[in-house]
Design a protein around this ligand. Sequence first.
Ligand SMILES: [Zn+2]
Length: 271
Amino acid sequence: MVSIALAAIFGLIWGSFLNVWIYRIPIQGLSIHSPHWSFCPCCQETIRFYDNIPVLSYLLLRGKCRYCQASIPVLYPAVEIGTALIFVFLVSRYANPLDRIQIIDLIRALMLATVLIPIAVIDVQKYIIPNQLIITGLISASGLNLAESIIHQSFFIFSRYLSWGVVAGVGLQIIAVIGKLVLGRTAMGFGDIKLSVVIGLFLGQWQSLIMVLVGAATCGAIVGTIALTWRQGEDRSRIPFAPFLSLATMVDLIWHEQIWNTYLHLISWPV
Ligand SMILES: [Zn+2]
């Protein structure tokens, strides 16, 4: 129970930190480190610590800046609450302090969520996947894979993750080229291909890559069809792909065994 409460508090604070990434990273010339303090994007006034408490400050200020009364986007508390819920779920699923493997799985899941949440939100808002987040994903996945290799004293583990990272990138690049030839337009951006390398490095097995690709493509096709029906204009079929890749990745990371075994059972493959 204590670990769940700590996960919720840590998730809210971490979500607040991810909001800084989401706001600052896509803006050219704005560093995520400086200024150290948060500021109102409208009046540039520094936000005091008591106005910067996750979710609570948003409610107390009724969603408005204390100084200029500009609306604070509901996205901020939504990211904080979403991150907290994901952290609570992951900790309740993996946390077993006696089990070293589960702890590594938990760290892997928390790191992956940390990279995928801002990537998904920024792609929805701006149709871009910033390189800083891709590099963060590549470094954190490689570091974790190396640590797992050292713990298990097997370099094979590191090379396996690395291989599937490369395969994921090359595979999605081939699919993107074929898609462009068939559809006559760019169906997948280079950002999605770079993201697939990060996902491959984190998941490290071909079954997961297939599940992520099939899951993301299916969700993307459904949402794309709905968008075509409801939206107006030339750009109406354009949808960001990173949220679907991110969602499918988290689902695979958490429920891989169950979904894969159900699939094998459905096609009557002896498990
Ligand atoms: Zn303001």
